[in-house]
Design a protein around this ligand. Structure first.
Ligand code: AMP
Length: 280
């Protein structure tokens, strides 16, 4: 496995064998089974696998979230090596964003709702770094997790609009045994919050069951989710959304392909989760 901070070295390895297909897994490190599931899928579908480890400062809108984001480079590299990754880019912040940096990518509509509304500037940071990664690696395919459902939608829009010749692949959310979606931020939860946090997936499943039983009112589903989550006294709901999967616009009646997503604070730690529902 080649690990490098230097773009010319990454490019050299990438183009060593021009006929090889490459899968890219962008990450912010502090890797867990969720990230590794992306790596495994990339391994299955490509001749070579690349990953990036970079905590992207411009996608954080809260300084405290950035400062407290967990890092663990040595053990990340061990995990990636074990998974048979071929190439890893671990750039310095000053290389990616030198002082004169002034080019940003903005997906103007999809970026502004849900996570984008709650975290202004977040997706501009995401699309900018992903475009940089796409240019550095020029992968055949790139892998993203469904846990970040809006991220996937925004990146697919960017790829279509800017004609990146890259196939976007999405992988299901990997969960702990108790249902909590794996996230690097889980490490920052207090014991009490960690014990309570599985309520998020429990609530999403309750909503799913209610919809399967015939509930079509978003208002009722919203209330059901809210009640369930508020049973946990340390949870502070940031938002609950019931939206069309494609446009991400809020819907009143649950029909077609629906994305139910939520963001909840546990003290300073903000967790997100979602489920997709098809109600024909
Ligand atoms: P991050 O390091 O948080 O930026 O995540 C890197 C990639 O891993 C993103 O595409 C995430 O959507 C994906 N990812 C993070 N957590 C999970 C999970 N629990 N299951 C599946 N994919 C995940």
């Amino acid at each position: 496995m080649i690990v490098s901070e230097i773009i010319s070295e990454i490019r050299h390895k990438r183009w060593e064998d021009k006929s090889a297909s490459w899968g890219l897994v962008p990450t912010m490190g502090s890797l867990h089974e969720g990230h590794l599931s992306l790596v495994r899928q990339a391994r299955e579908e490509n001749n070579r696998v690349a990953a990036s480890i970079f905590v992207n400062p411009i996608q954080f809108n809260r300084k405290n979230d950035y400062d407290s984001y967990p890092t663990n480079l040595a053990s990340d590299l061990e995990l990636l090596e074990r998974e048979g990754v071929d190439l890893v880019w671990t750039p310095q912040k000053s290389l990616v964003y030198p002082e004169i940096f002034q080019t940003y990518i903005d997906v103007t509509q999809l970026s502004k709702v849900l996570e984008g509304a709650a975290r202004p500037g977040h997706f501009q940071g995401v699309t900018t770094i992903v475009a940089i990664l796409f240019n550095v690696f020029q992968p055949t395919r790139a892998y993203f997790g469904q846990k970040d459902a809006q991220q996937e939608a925004v990146i697919r829009r960017m790829v279509e609009d800017l004609h990146f010749n890259i196939e976007i692949r999405s992988c299901p959310t990997v969960r702990e045994k108790d249902g909590l979606a794996m996230s690097s931020r889980n490490a920052n939860l207090t014991k009490k919050a960690r014990a309570a946090a599985p309520v998020l997936f429990r609530a999403l499943n309750l909503a799913k069951v209610a919809i399967e039983k015939g509930e079509i009112s978003s208002k009722n589903i919203y209330q059901l989710l809210k009640n369930e989550i508020e049973k946990s006294e340390c949870a502070q709901i940031d938002y609950i959304s019931i939206a069309d999967q494609k446009t991400l616009n809020e819907i009143k009646i649950i029909a077609g392909n629906v994305l139910i997503s939520l963001a909840v604070f546990w003290d300073e730690v903000r967790l997100i989760d979602n489920i997709r529902i098809s109600n024909k």
